[in-house]
Design a protein around this ligand. Sequence first.
Ligand code: CMC
Length: 431
Amino acid sequence: MAEETVTIVDNRTGNRADLPILQGTEGPSVVDISRFYKEFGLFTLDPGFQSTASCESAITFVDGDEGILLYRGYPVEQLAEKSTFLEVCYLLLEGELPTRSQYDRFCRTVMQETMIDEQMRNFYKGYRHDAHPMAIMVGMMGAFSAFFHDSLDIQNPKHRELSLFRLIGKLPTIAAASYKYSVGQPFIFPKSKLGYIENFLRMLLKVPSAKFKISPRLVRAMEQIFILHADHEQGASASTVRLAGSSMANPFAAISAGISSLWGPTHGGADEAVLQMLREIGSVDRIGAYIQRAKDPNDPFRLMGFGHRVYKKYDPRARMMKKIAQDVLSELGREDDPLFQLALKLEEIAHDDDYFCRKGLCPNIELYSGIAQSAIGIPSNMFTVVFAMARSVGWICQWMEMIGSKESIGRPRQLYVGASCRDYVPLHRRP
Ligand code: CMC
């Protein structure tokens, strides 16, 4: 079959070129513009990557119009219902679901990596007592690169795999310690015999003076939250990791850049911001005023937990997250939780509002994430840390794919609008 192309003509010069159209397995086709500059002496401009694919990837697929999210071809809803987080990690990494023995070996290897070097504990002491756990996470992940720098050859697939195990295994320990430090409680050591999620919850919530017990339904809910957050193709943080890593930087340093990107309130930080917003709204009769503010072009306020660059009808993760929040609240006998009721009402009002419909602003994963996590007992300043832990598996898989594919260093071009070349004027000659 002849290669499909799109013909571009430069009307100024009459230059024309046939650019190949590449077909993926799902989603819109892509015009390969890598020769564009050579052919026309022009760059393309697409701030915010509205129409630009930054790479080829076989990990995760999002169809925003249909509300579909696939990890290696499997719908996220099925994985959240039936799988475990570590099985999803294996799937994202290897591309296929594991056999029983592969799964057991994978879990064992991850859980053997849960200890952190004693020296790392010293780093925490450098933070102020009230430091946000995400700030600590950014620093600790950067520090992590110092521990495994010389021994890591990123060209070696075995070393890359080891980095993945270290990252998935040690992150819960680092994350839980970030919280413990911020509240002045002693760090709790990991227990590698426990399941991945239970071990994290124990390190986060246990205090030495009391026994730790948590309902298996809450552990399962947390596991589902992790699965829903595990990857989301080329979002801002994954793209950051790929770009940072494209210079062959240490992968943990690249992940630290990803954590920084995630922290912002329009990305992963939205879960904490949603809860703050709901508390500020306070009661159903005040929702109207906030909807008006969100619609006012002169007011920077946005309805947190609504809108997504890709999902314009619905975010499949939001539906699942709402169900998880419902399950958790019913397990705790708190179906009438005021913040949950407020979020439901907000969703209902926004659903019928012309502004939100016209702009395709539907609830995103974060609308119910904080409510579910808060009911499980996760402190609100840890919501985004949980997101970062879960997404780290996606980031490291994206990084591994990028290194393995021999993509060259990421180097976007620009439309320069600054001053043209001019001569330096010595200080004494300036007016
Ligand atoms: N409330 C009110 N108006 C909004 C909202 C909102 N939440 N989101 C977008 N808009 C408006 C925006 O003002 C703009 O209006 P106009 O065309 O008149 O200028 C229009 O919709 C398009 O907005 P945009 O910022 O250009 O759209 P985007 O696709 O770049 O932004 C977004 C996506 C998630 C950054 C944005 O919807 C937003 O800020 N939402 C609130 C924060 C939030 O919940 N973030 C979590 C995202 S899901 C987790 C993750 O994967 O990161």
